[in-house]
Design a protein around this ligand. Sequence first.
Ligand SMILES: Nc1nc2c(ncn2[C@@H]2O[C@H](COP(=O)(O)OP(=O)(O)OP(=O)(O)O)[C@@H](O)[C@H]2O)c(=O)[nH]1
Ligand SMILES: [Mg+2]
Length: 429
Amino acid sequence: MIVDEVNITIEAGAGGNGCLSFRREKYIPRGGPDGGNGGCGGDVFLEARNDVNTLVEFIYRPLFRADHGQHGKGKNMHGRNASEITIRVPVGTLVWDKNNELVVDMADEGKRFLIAKGGRGGRGNTTFATSTQQAPRLAERGEPGEKKTLRLELKLLADVGLVGFPNAGKSTLLARVSQARPKIADYPFTTLEPQLGVVRLSGERSFVLADIPGLIEGASQGKGLGIRFLRHLERTKILLHLVELATVDRFVDLVKNIRIINKELGHHSAKLKKIPQVIVLTKVDTASNKSVKEWSLKLKKKGLEVFVISAVTGQGLDPLMEECWQRVLKIKRETIKSKTPVGEKLYMAKSRFVIEKEGDSYHVIGPEIRKWVAMTNFSSRDALERFYKILQRMGVVAELKKRGIQEGDLVYCEEMELLFESEQLGARK
Ligand SMILES: Nc1nc2c(ncn2[C@@H]2O[C@H](COP(=O)(O)OP(=O)(O)OP(=O)(O)O)[C@@H](O)[C@H]2O)c(=O)[nH]1
Ligand SMILES: [Mg+2]
């Protein structure tokens, strides 16, 4: 069962306490303060992942706690920083705080967001020593980590949604045009939860299609499976509204059926009602009635876009999928243009790096990469090895390989020019 709403609690780690201590050794009178600082508490990150499909695991594990930083010790020993933890959520998860305000929209694969910051370590008494206060009996305690109670809501991210009565042929269409294998049967309510499939067209063009359980009149009052799955269509760019030809004898019934579904969509939200629709008349292979053409013309005259298909023989599927692609592309371009920078800033999350390809060379950029480049001495072999391991841990190497990097290709990490060799990096001679 898909779980699309959960509450969770997140606690970042507290910083370790600073230490209050004095050097005490034989023959060294008044050794002075030597209390080290506490380590930082662990941060908590959210990460959007395509390989996580539901929020079900949070029902069993609603609390996430990062470790505290270690306390500082005498002899100027600093406490260790606690490691961060990462909570993986499905792509399309909206995060709400307890005031019901949107904190972040985890809408892109790989997006990382610092949801709770760990506390800073307290300073030990060594740092408080001054010329006038040479023996400070003062040390800070660690800063508490952030604590948050959040509501996670999953709204699947599909480009195109399928709606219609049960048995209209929604799942059959999804199965025919994508690799998804939803359950198909000739009884109503075969589909019990939303299913996604990727439709691939020629030339690496693709979009995501979502199939949800069928709707019936009164679904908004809870009839059938209700309308709770409609939230997963809220972010689609277009809806394919499927109507089975065999179930209607007269044109007025066809129009009535379309109206019933639209009414239920409207009950769910005005937003859903506004999503552009394409009417798809299905199962034309079994439709005995000869008025299909006439009906489509009549619907078109009403200003509706109409396609006639058979998911069994494949009739009409190619033009329909092309139409979907064209419309999705157009709407995506428009939304990119109209995005306000303010919203962007609000939802801005840490993405750890960006890779750009230029000819045969690759450019890896991002603040984290910049930091590691600055902290690495590239003339030392050991340091180069460590740098490569860091890139591996961050997922840079895997991503480079996915992009098709070959031995001997150049990799620019920010400004640093390196050679990609088998499982290592080499300085360029
Ligand atoms: N002949 C013919 N049968 C079809 C076609 N499309 C679907 N069917 C049949 O119609 C029945 C219902 O199809 P489904 O795809 O399960 O319908 P659905 O809309 O997903 O139904 P729910 O999941 O219950 O909402 C199945 O028996 C399919 O084999 C078609 O184009 N031609
Ligand atoms: Mg179905």
